[in-house]
Design a protein around this ligand. Sequence first.
Ligand SMILES: *Cc1c(COP(=O)(O)O)cnc(C)c1O
Length: 460
Amino acid sequence: MSSQKYSRRAFIRKNGLGGLGLLAASSLLSNTIIDCTNIKGRPAILDGSAIRKGKTWPDWPIWNPETDSSRIDAVLKSGVWSRATVVSEFEKKWAETVGARRCVTVVNGTNALTVALNQLGVTVGDEVLVPPYTFIGTIVAIINNGAMPVFVDTNRETFQIDVSKIEAKITSRTKAILPVHVLGLPADMNAIMTIARKHNLFVIEDACQAPLAEINNQQVGTFGNAGCYSFQNSKNLPVGEGGAIVSNNENFIDRCYSYHNFGYPYGSVTGAPDAGALRQGNKLRWTEYQAAIGLAQLVRFQEQTNLRNTNAAYLRSKIESLPGIIPYKLSPGVTRPTFHLFAFRYQKEAFGGLSRTGFINALNAEGIPASAGYTPLNTQPYLSEVFQSSLYKKVYPKKMLNIQSYNSNNHCPENDILCNEEAVWLFQNLLLGNRSDMDDIAAAIEKTHANAEQIKKSIG
Ligand SMILES: *Cc1c(COP(=O)(O)O)cnc(C)c1O
């Protein structure tokens, strides 16, 4: 139901008044509305009682000592703490989990992206097309390679890279597209792969937020040349810190492996016996106890993902008809979304002009943790600092490093609206609750709506 079709009656029904809603058409209407307000109560932000009073949300990350500790204890007792068989076991399982032929782990998601770009040959002087609606780690990976991030605006409906704006940004320097499956929702990979093939570009998928998400039953992270993941504490498979690169290209993963281990030989990357390091390398290896944590988390991973999906679908059905609340839209062909974040767009006009900050503060006061999410990455101060570095000055023509012209070429107006005005995030652990927890979220939004003008008057 669209917001235009939204009726007062629907609002009453959604507020849990049940049968009373049926009376809405009768002369009791005005009384019902008054009752309704009473039942919703005074907003917690105006010193009313919080909807979540005395309730907690599921913890994150989860650790069950009875089932999870034995593996990590065995690692600790073995004295083999550096990379060995447990890390290899995790890599095999991760490749299976995401449906890729091979996997190599590295210290974090940022370095997974950095190494993947590097081993595909993305380097100084190259441009990489990337959405601004992402975590800074995505952009850091491009800059770590001396390459130039070129921002493609966000589709506000899907929160993903706007595929209709990619081709206009391709130049003779463009080497790769770096789509981000942000929130856990797939970017439009069919369109992206078509463009990449046409222009002979690499595709590195930032799937840090989206393991298990699918388009046409194929997992994101397996469409492009490489898929990159993060196992940082907040991510859906938490290890504390950690990252992984997957690919179906065996030689590429062998090269990534070699790089993460000082450039020593590995698999198809071979040299004369005892030749030592063969190529430029780094040291980005996992420890065995990280892998033991990851393997313990993997046991619950599918089940948790399914639970989040069930709760997200239910929550969506409860809030999508509310005025001023527009949930994420899925890209074409998505057969399985996942949820690192549950996002919707907030339109303050439907809330009597209550600012997004006011709305979020009101939800927080009701006990619903919510956030405004990202600030635009295409205008942050790091860029001018990078452009003043001796490396960038050596590599790029002066006019490319002019921050004013860079900013105007990389202007992303849709993303600005999303970041600065509309986006609201609910964190993934909320979706590990039950139906009544989802009802509380919807009720908090409705309560805020019912009292929006009053909240605005007192907090602005
Ligand atoms: C978390 C994240 C990263 C970086 O991963 P780290 O493990 O924190 O380095 C990159 N991109 C996205 C979209 C992320 O969410």
